[in-house]
Design a protein around this ligand. Structure first.
Ligand code: OFO
Length: 172
């Protein structure tokens, strides 16, 4: 059974994941427009993943016999300063999502809601992986620096990450 408070909190998380999906879609568009194919592929995939995150909660709420709310589409930014600033923003955004997931876990604990607690563990792991991935990209961006050919090398690095992540998903 889900409390009303938990139902509302999960619906807020649905909206947050939905926003993340459109935020990453917007970044993918910007990257493709700038000719950064590797980075755009990376963010198209992130956008799809965030949509999946949203749907998992959506279906869970309904499975628990409560009402899942399709969220309003909030306009994400469509212009970005640089690929470096994008990854800084994305890292900050993922940290915000992690805080929100942790708060949901706390609420599940307070309410002795073992089912939701169990359901949320997947998100706890996912956030740890997402943060580690973005941090590793930020480290690479620092190493590459912002010299004249940096965009070329950054995009090449991200293309390589795409194939690694693609292989991992194929194995899963
Ligand atoms: Fe679903 O927020 Fe990122 O992973």
């Amino acid at each position: 059974m889900l409390s009303e408070k938990m139902e509302a909190a999960l619906n807020d998380q649905i909206a947050m994941e939905g926003y993340a999906s459109f935020f990453y879609l917007s970044i993918a568009s910007w990257c493709e427009y700038q000719g950064m194919e590797g980075a755009s592929e990376f963010f198209y995939r992130q956008a799809t993943e965030e949509h999946d995150h949203m749907m998992r909660i959506f279906r869970y709420v309904l499975e628990m016999d409560k009402k899942a709310i399709a969220p309003a589409i909030q306009q994400p930014p469509s212009d970005f300063k640089s690929i470096q600033s994008i990854f800084n923003d994305v890292y900050a955004h993922e940290q915000k999502v992690t805080t929100s997931i942790n708060q949901l876990v706390n609420l599940a604990n307070e309410e002795n809601d073992h089912s939701t607690h169990n359901f949320l563990q997947w998100y706890v792991s996912e956030q740890r992986e997402e943060e580690a991935l973005i941090r590793s990209i930020l480290d690479k961006l620092k190493l590459i620096g912002d010299g004249p050919q940096s965009l070329y090398f950054i995009d090449k690095e991200i293309t390589q990450i795409n194939s690694q992540v693609g292989n991992q998903q194929g194995e899963a």
